[in-house]
Design a binder for this molecule. Structure first.
Ligand code: PLP
Length: 461
């Protein structure tokens, strides 16, 4: 029988109890967190949709694999098992683990900047990627298609590069100023939106024309590959593994936060296609930053779980259900009139808080205000992806205005049921109904880098 939404291709074998603290306790908890949900204690959260990063459930195969962990400092068998899987999936030659995505970034990104002011162009840089570019003295420029900012209308690949913008940046600054093109798949910052294979081929063609390297920021490469299968007719009959192989054929370097499509709680990957000099450079950098090149901050058991998780994340039954979880929550919200990025992307529902609360100015962070209200309403933790996250312009110090003020309801992998998602929808619909009374927030402390993580706020009266 054809179902409206896929059925989970697994059953629950182990549970972690959760409970809802009462409204007064939630008020106290949010106040002591400085009105920043990042600073809440997770025990005070009922449904935690802060992130899909490292929050998923491992399979019994992964738990069993942990026992094979070889904890040798150098050259462990766990590393070689992981290396074999990554080589097989990507076709790349040089593999190093890292403790997570930003660990991979801190090793590789500075190694690609030959002189200050060099530019990376991405469809959209993820926040830690942008931070590492800027910390290393580079400049991060985005070139996503304008449809990515139109949350209302359907476009199958809102994560795409705008090829004219990409080319015009290269022409304006000259090839020698471009450190690399970063293909972020899926494009997290505009709503976990996929990038089409056709678009990626065109980006690669432009890169080749100018002799610029391509870096795949592939935290969610499997989800992106499944979207390609669903939405790009030429790929309907290809397996996700084949699609992923083609995707990797377009890159020179692959950086991965394995806490997403690696289906593990910690881990990252650096993979380099064939550039031996770059590999040497990164090998030198990884030792003081992440650890010896065959463990990169991970225990042997972490690498074992990752080797299994990478394979499981390519399962098409799993991916069908994964994307349907997001679609289900999105459909529930849309039917109540809540504005969301449509269609839903790969790992989260993104609520358009700029549209929901147009009375709150961008520098009073409408999505942060809605996020706080959602927690107070029902103990649901989400996260702001808007002007607060974007930060200040490093040269002028002015608050940058994001194109979209989004609240991300991020769904951990293999963790919550549709009943949990129904509850989230009901809480958010209640907040939506009183949207006109929601007030903005202002800083009581502003952290200088990646400020959304640790800053504190108060309500603007
Ligand atoms: C696209 C993308 N790149 C990089 C990262 C950074 O990864 P990590 O959180 O593991 O450091 C993330 C994390 O969410 C991401 O979504």
């Amino acid at each position: 029988m054809k179902q409206a939404y896929s059925i989970p291709p697994y059953k629950i074998k182990m549970i972690e109890p959760i409970h809802l603290i009462d409204r007064k306790a939630r008020e106290r908890s949010l106040e002591s967190a400085g009105y920043n949900p990042f600073k809440l204690k997770s025990n005070d959260v009922f449904i935690d949709l802060l992130t899909d990063s490292g929050t998923g459930a491992m399979s019994h195969f992964q738990w069993a694999a942990l026992m094979q962990g070889d904890e040798s400092y150098a050259g462990s068998s766990s590393f070689y098992r992981l290396e074999e899987v990554v080589k097989d999936i990507t076709g790349y030659q040089y593999i190093m683990p890292a403790h997570q995505g930003r660990g991979a970034e801190q090793v590789v990104i500075p190694a690609l900047i030959d002189h200050p002011g060099m530019i990376f162009i991405s469809n959209t840089h993820f926040d830690t990627t942008r931070a590492h570019v800027e910390i290393a003295g580079g400049v991060a420029l985005d070139s996503a298609i304008k449809e990515s900012c139109d949350t209302e209308h359907y476009h199958p690949f809102k994560g795409n590069f705008d090829l004219d913008v990409l080319r015009s940046i290269i022409e304006k600054y000259g090839k020698s100023m471009i450190a690399g093109i970063i293909m972020t798949v899926t494009n997290n910052s505009v709503g976990g939106q996929p990038v089409s294979m056709e678009n990626l081929h065109s980006v690669k063609k432009i890169a080749d024309e100018y002799g610029i390297r391509c870096i795949i920021d592939g935290a969610r490469y499997a989800e992106n590959s499944y979207f390609v299968k669903l939405r790009e007719p030429a790929y309907a009959n290809k397996s996700v593994r084949e699609i992923a192989k083609e995707l990797f054929s377009l890159g020179d370097i692959f950086l991965m936060s394995a806490k997403k499509d690696g289906l593990v709680n910690i881990g990252g990957i650096i993979a380099i296609r064939s550039d031996f000099d770059l590999f040497r450079k990164c090998q030198t950098r990884i030792v003081p930053m992440e650890g010896f090149p065959t463990y990169g901050g991970l225990a042997g058991r972490d690498m074992e779980a990752l080797a299994v998780g990478l394979e499981e994340a390519l399962s098409e039954d799993y991916l069908a259900y994964r994307l349907d979880e997001i679609r289900y929550l999105g459909d529930r919200l849309l039917s109540a009139g809540v504005p969301i990025q449509y269609p839903t992307g790969g790992h989260a529902v993104f609520v358009d808080c700029g549209k929901m609360c147009p009375h709150i100015p961008y520098d009073q962070f409408p999505a942060q205000a809605v996020t706080n209200e959602l927690y107070l309403e029902g103990g649901v933790r989400a996260v702001e992806i808007g002007s607060l996250l974007l930060g200040r312009d490093p040269s002028t110090g002015i608050n940058r205005k994001a194109d979209l003020e989004l609240m991300r309801l991020t769904i951990p992998r293999r963790t919550y049921t549709f009943a949990h998602l129904d509850y989230v929808a009901e809480c958010l619909i209640a907040v939506y109904k009183r949207r006109n009374s929601i007030k903005g927030v202002k800083f009581t402390y502003e952290s200088p880098i990646l400020r959304h993580f640790t800053s504190t706020f108060e309500t603007v009266e």
